[in-house]
Structure formats: structure tokens, C-alpha cells
Design a protein around this ligand. Structure first.
Ligand code: 13P
Ligand code: SF4
Length: 297
């Protein structure tokens, strides 16, 4: 079916192992956007969440972009409604508006620059030093970017429900039991956890770290879907997941996990659900995304 449709399957690392195994390309948000921008396929099947598929559609208005489950949202995008965001901007008229890619097209359309967790520090460092900056919607990522770039950022108070769930007590216990392990964390984690990390980076950077670091084992503070590729690429290394605060498994992203292998098959079969976008919003949202791609090249 994939061949018949001239389709490409893009998957984020937080997808089920079986979906990752079907994908033509697996990556972090930035790599997936780049791949979506350069593909020659007629159909993009985006195994990720809504804002990721929407970004692919913004970049490819003439292509069909399918998302196996249209309900696969993101708590960060939900935390930043477009109208409230417009008010926030109005209250800070002289600021450069930098938005994390985890937001809706309507918020992107109101932004000067989009960033992902892998390029945010690099992009913020390039902004004129005499201009104040608004950063939305992830306050945890924003605090980390501010520390790393030395810039003051006015933050929108959003957060990721998955990365806010990790238990500090469980992390400290794992560190005591495995003193040889390196603690690696996604910057969406809260600051008190990032303070305990040896390495911080996007999903792709965490994956690379498990390959390049000499450490024999890693305590991984991000969604456990990433462990599939870590195990593949570094079979000799030991990986420890950090549970949620009540020992729950809410460290699995409930939105990402709405996509299943059956829904992937079904959407290719029926060519639905497909992303649709208001053309005016799409054109305005394209500007800060293209700026990001150019500035992070
Ligand atoms: P990456 O940019 O690292 O892929 O992160 C996306 C995301 O949603 C993390 O929760
Ligand atoms: Fe959104 Fe968090 Fe899920 Fe990433 S892990 S898609 S930020 S809810």
C-alpha cells in the first residue's frame, strides 16, 4: 500500500516499537520537519502527534498528510490557546516571539521564530541582544534555554504532562543503585531533575549520547519509546527508565500512544484522517518555520 500510494512513513521516537519498525524515517521533531520538507513522496503518514503532522502540512500544502489518530494531541499545544497567546503578545509588544514547535498552527502563525528542543539554544543565541524575548509554551524548556543562552526569557506557563511526572526520589534511588550510570534528560523535564542530569538534549541527542558516551549504563529521563532505538544502536548498554511519582507508567505519552499499528494500516487504506489547514494561517505559520530551518542549518 505504501508503494501504491507513493507514501513515506515518518515516526517519532515515542511511537510504539512496531510503528518505529515500519517507518521509513525515525527522528526528533527537527529531523522530522526537515525530512517532511524534503520528501518527494505524494503522501506523508506522520506517526507522531498533531502539531508534528500539522507542521508537515504547513511545509507541504500540496501533499496529503495523514495522522493515524487525529486525537493525538500534546499537553503543551493544549496549554497555549491562540487567543490567550494573542493577549500575551499584546502585553509584550516589543518582544521577539519564539515558540517551541509543540504548539498549534494558529500559535505558530503569531510567532517570529519556531524552535525545537534540539536547536532552541542555538537559535536564541542568534537573536539581537537588545531585544527582549517571549518564549512559549514550555516553561521548563524555556528556563533551560535561558540558562544555556544567558538570555532573559519571558515564559508562557505551559508544561509537558509526561516530563513533569518523573519522580525525583526514584531517580535518586536509581543513582544510588547504579553509580556508574549516566543520567540523561530531555529539557522538558523540571529544573530540579535537570539539575541532577549529566547530559541534557533532544530525543536524537539523547540517543546519540548513549552511542558516544563511554558510560556502560544510562538512567533515561524521557518518554520510554526512545529506548527501542537506544537498545538497537547500543545493544551492550544497560538502560533504566525512571517511573512516575506514584510508581505509575504515566511516563508513556498518552497522545503519542493513541497511534497504533492497526490505525497506521487503516489510514493508509482509507487515506484518512488527513490534515486540513486554513490557508491564511498556513502561510503565516510557514514564515517562522522556514526561518527556523534556515537559522539551524
Ligand atoms: P524532540 O524535539 O526531542 O523530538 O521532542 C519532542 C517532544 O514532544 C518531546 O516531548
Ligand atoms: Fe507533548 Fe509531552 Fe507528549 Fe511530547 S511527550 S508530545 S511534549 S505531551
Amino acid at each position: 500500500m505504501k508503494k501504491d500510494r507513493n507514501a513515506i512513513i515518518l515516526a517519532h521516537y515515542y511511537q510504539d516499537d512496531a510503528i518505529q519498525d515500519c517507518a521509513d524515517f525515525i527522528g526528533d521533531s527537527l529531523e522530522l520537519s526537515r525530512r517532511a520538507a524534503s520528501t518527494e513522496a505524494d503522501v506523508i503518514v506522520f506517526c507522531g502527534v498533531h502539531f508534528m503532522a500539522e507542521t508537515a502540512k504547513i511545509l507541504n500544502p500540496g501533499k496529503t498528510v495523514l495522522l493515524p489518530d487525529l486525537e493525538a494531541g500534546c499537553s503543551l499545544a493544549d496549554a497555549c490557546p491562540a487567543e490567550a497567546f494573542a493577549d500575551f503578545r499584546r502585553r509584550h509588544p516589543d518582544h521577539i516571539v519564539v515558540s517551541y514547535i509543540n504548539c498549534s498552527a494558529a500559535v505558530k502563525a503569531q510567532s517570529d521564530l519556531i524552535c525545537t528542543s534540539s536547536n532552541a539554544v542555538h537559535l536564541v543565541r542568534q537573536l539581537p541582544a537588545d531585544r527582549p524575548i517571549l518564549f512559549a509554551p514550555d516553561q521548563n524548556l524555556g528556563r533551560w534555554v535561558a540558562r544555556e543562552s544567558g538570555r532573559e526569557l519571558t515564559l508562557w506557563p505551559g508544561s509537558c504532562i509526561v516530563h513533569e511526572t518523573f519522580s525525583e526520589q526514584a531517580l535518586l534511588q536509581l543513582r544510588l543503585e547504579h553509580p556508574e550510570a549516566e543520567v540523561i534528560a530531555h529539557p522538558e523535564c523540571q529544573q530540579h531533575l535537570l539539575d541532577l542530569a549529566d547530559f541534557i538534549g533532544s530525543t536524537s541527542k539523547l540517543l546519540q549520547r548513549t552511542e558516544t558516551s563511554a558510560a556502560p549504563s544510562f538512567i533515561v529521563l524521557t518518554e520510554p519509546g526512545i529506548l527501542h532505538q537506544m537498545r538497537r544502536r547500543s545493544p551492550g548498554k544497560t538502560l533504566y527508565e525512571v517511573p512516575g511519582a506514584d510508581g505509575c507508567s504515566c511516563n508513556a505519552c498518552p497522545y503519542m500512544r493513541l497511534n497504533t499499528l492497526e490505525k497506521l494500516w487503516q489510514c493508509l487504506h482509507t487515506m484518512a484522517p488527513a490534515l486540513e489547514l486554513d490557508e491564511q494561517i498556513r502561510q503565516r505559520a510557514l514564515v517562522p518555520i522556514e526561518r527556523m530551518l534556515a537559522m539551524s542549518a
